[in-house]
Design a protein around this ligand. Sequence first.
Ligand SMILES: [Cu+2]
Length: 193
Amino acid sequence: MSARLRAVPVGVHLRAVPVGVRLRVVLVGLFTMIATTLGVGTASAHSVVTGSNPAEGEQISAGPDRVSVTFNEALQETFPALTVVGPDGNLWTRSEPSVEGATVSAELGELGPVGDYTIAYRVTSADGHPVNGTITFTLTAEGSGTPGAPAAGDAAGDAEGSSGLPVWPFIAVGVVVVVGGLWFALRKPRDEN
Ligand SMILES: [Cu+2]
């Protein structure tokens, strides 16, 4: 029996495999591929935020002298961005940001209207990738500070996300593989005789 199967052409051999088995093989491949794709975002080790002052979600009654965001490892010192935009839409940071070790910081001080303030940061990871994001805190008591210029859109943002790799090519390849695999698994075996 097996000797006879080994003798027939490969194409016929494949068609001898039941559709259910072929479908299972395709599904296992599909899940492997999805897992691989999801792993792409975490494979490279970007610097990760470990804390900030003020902290995410913190309620404060007065601004600290400096606003800072700290990462898990020393940053590269090139082109840091760090802004605080108030509920009035104005900039409240009073200096350019500076990087010292794992921390990027800028002068802040007295704030203004009560409400949500958003810290926006962009730094260069130790591995050379840009990392950006936002942190929001709340001022609970009105300050007497003078705001800076109106924030022009997303001051520190608009760079690519924290993952340096675009994901869509992986998704496109995945769709092609899945559609091809399903077509192969589900097509009617042709009667050879
Ligand atoms: Cu990276």
